[in-house]
Design a protein around this ligand. Structure first.
Ligand code: NAP
Length: 317
């Protein structure tokens, strides 16, 4: 198939960890063309996607840019839709996700894959406040009503949270690892940068099988105790778990979060939800992404492949 005949996939948030993974996997498959949507075509991330062969277009991920989105989606056979981390107010993620889906329909896109999470509000009967989960679930519900072929992926907790947001802190000769879950609670984790793309490539390549489905993407299911033990074994760095599960513990290690009370409420709501109800609903097959792609990184493989030793890491390229 010549390049011009390959299906074109528009990737929203193409420089994000998950978007970059999707764009890269599609381009490397040599089965798809990629249109990468970004706010800034001159960023290192956008330029590296252009170097790989993506068509880079500017389409801000914000309200009031419907026309830009429709134009960016026009001619695409498929689209990967994601919402970035937004402040948890005014259902901001729902409004943005709906705008993305509407633009894809208006542009005549064939198949959309939306990155969703559970409806925490519904599952917890309103007891847990986690709009960045619930809003995504509401977008998914909305998409189910639209005249467009759709599938969903649902990513586990990112390993990269420990590198970006919940960064370990040195105390004498010991690296303290404040983790937002109780020490022996096992939760699903994944590396978004390497795992998202292969899963989305499979979904787009087989719309018949994945039409209407929600596919979890999971690299490992493990507890903070296991994470810290593995970290010590792989890196040789002396490390200890510290709990950042309770509000006071979280703010003790990360006082900067206190600047946004709603964000703290949301982080606490999210981890309490994961512990009390399970991060994923029981109907999901958590082995799917590892079966599909046996190279999906476990925590140990992630540590070995990244060489991470506890330092703060930026995920802009
Ligand atoms: N952390 C977790 O454990 C976890 C687990 C499951 C799901 N998620 C979800 O994953 C999403 C974030 O994905 P990610 O971590 O892959 O993204 P990311 O690496 O933080 O990148 C976000 C991208 O979105 C673009 N963007 C456009 N408008 C933006 C805005 N107003 N604010 C910030 N970024 C904006 C930016 O690209 P340009 O600058 O190129 O426009 C940026 O590269 C969130 O919705 C989060 O809820 C997170």
């Amino acid at each position: 198939m010549s390049t011009e005949q390959m299906p074109l996939i528009a990737v929203v948030g193409a420089t994000s960890k998950q978007g970059r993974s999707v764009a890269t996997a599609l381009l490397k498959s040599k089965q798809y063309r990629v249109r990468a949507l970004t706010r800034n075509r001159y960023s290192v991330g956008a330029r590296s996607l252009a170097d790989l062969g993506a068509e880079v277009v500017v389409a801000p991920l914000g309200l009031g840019h419907e026309e830009d989105l429709v134009t960016a989606f026009r001619g695409a056979d498929g689209a990967y839709l994601m919402t970035p981390q937004l402040l948890p107010q005014d259902n901001a993620e729902f409004v943005l996700g709906k705008q993305l889906a509407d633009a894809a329909v208006e542009a005549g896109v064939g198949h959309i894959v939306f990155s969703t999470l559970e409806n925490v509000d519904k599952i917890s009967g309103g007891r847990k406040f986690t709009p960045h989960f619930t809003d995504k679930a509401l977008v998914a519900d909305y998409i189910r009503t639209l005249p467009i072929t759709h599938s969903f992926v649902s990513l586990a907790f990112f390993y990269t949270n420990l590198l970006e947001y919940y960064v370990p802190q040195m105390d004498g000769d010991t690296l303290l690892m404040p983790i937002y879950l109780p020490e022996d609670f096992r939760a699903p984790f994944v590396d978004p940068v390497t795992a998202t793309g292969p899963a989305v490539l499979s979904v787009l390549s087989d719309p018949h099988t994945f039409k209407g489905k929600t596919i979890p993407i999971v690299g490992d299911i493990l507890s903070p105790r296991e994470m810290v033990d593995t970290f010590q074994r792989v890196t040789g760095v002396k490390a200890e778990y510290r709990s950042a599960f309770e509000r006071e513990e979280l703010l003790k290690f990360f006082p900067g979060f206190a600047a946004n009370e709603l964000l703290v409420d949301e982080l606490i709501g999210m981890v309490e939800f994961a512990v009390e109800y399970g991060y994923f609903g029981k109907e999901h097959d958590l082995e799917w992404s590892r079966r599909l792609n046996p190279e999906t990184l476990s925590w140990e493989q992630f540590l070995k492949s990244t060489g991470w030793r506890g330092d703060k890491t930026q995920f802009g390229l």
